[in-house]
Write a protein that binds this ligand. Structure first.
Ligand SMILES: [Zn+2]
Ligand SMILES: [Zn+2]
Ligand SMILES: [Zn+2]
Length: 172
C-alpha cells in the first residue's frame, strides 16, 4: 500500500459514505473487525450473520429487510424471513448495524466497537447514508434536558437531505 492510499482511507471516518474511499478495503476491514470483536466477546458470527453484514457493508446505503432477504436468496442462503430478521437482530443488538427508523431500513455501522450515539445523514435522492457522531448531552437539546432535569439515554438523529454527489449532479 502506498502512503497516498493510507492518507485517503485513514483518519476521520466522521461522514464515511459520502467521501470517496477505497471501498473494497473498507468492506474487508469492517468484516475483519467484526470477526475479531465476535471472537473476543464470544459471539457467533454465523455465515448468515456475516453475509448480512457484508451485504450492508457493500453499499453505504440503507437496505430494508426485504431487500436484504432478496440478496440473501441470491447468495444461496434461502429465503426464510425469520433467518434474515434474526441475523439483523443480532447485528443491531451488538452494534454492527443500525436501524434507520425513518426508512425502516438498516445500515452497517461506520464505527463499530466504540460506544456512540450515531447521527445519520440520509440522501433523499440516492439513499446513501453517512454516519456521524452526535453528542446528545451537549448542544441545545442537552441544555434543554438539563433545565428540565431530564437524563437523556438515547437519541435518534436522522437528517434528510442531498449528498454531495447528488448536489453536484443537480447543479451540473
Ligand atoms: Zn466504503
Ligand atoms: Zn455506528
Ligand atoms: Zn445522493
Amino acid at each position: 500500500m502506498t502512503s497516498d492510499e493510507e492518507a485517503a482511507t485513514g483518519k476521520n471516518p466522521a461522514a464515511l459514505g459520502f467521501e470517496r474511499h477505497d471501498h473494497d478495503r473498507c468492506v474487508a476491514q469492517a468484516l475483519a473487525a467484526a470477526e475479531a470483536r465476535c471472537a473476543e466477546a464470544g459471539l457467533r458470527l454465523t455465515p448468515v450473520r456475516r453475509k448480512v453484514l457484508e451485504l450492508l457493508l457493500q453499499e453505504h446505503r440503507a437496505l430494508g429487510a426485504y431487500a436484504i432477504l432478496d440478496l440473501l436468496r441470491d447468495a444461496g442462503f434461502g429465503s426464510q424471513p425469520p433467518v434474515a430478521y434474526r441475523a439483523l437482530d443480532f447485528l443491531v443488538e451488538h452494534g454492527f448495524v443500525h436501524k434507520i427508523e425513518r426508512l425502516n431500513a438498516f445500515v452497517a455501522c461506520a464505527h463499530p466497537g466504540a460506544a456512540h450515539a450515531p447521527a445519520f445523514m440520509i440522501c433523499r435522492l440516492c439513499q446513501t447514508v453517512a454516519e456521524a457522531q452526535s453528542s446528545p448531552a451537549r448542544g441545545a437539546l442537552g441544555a434543554a434536558a438539563r433545565a428540565a432535569g431530564f437524563q437523556i439515554e438515547k437519541t435518534v438523529v436522522e437528517a434528510e437531505g442531498v449528498c454531495p454527489a447528488c448536489a453536484e449532479k443537480a447543479g451540473a
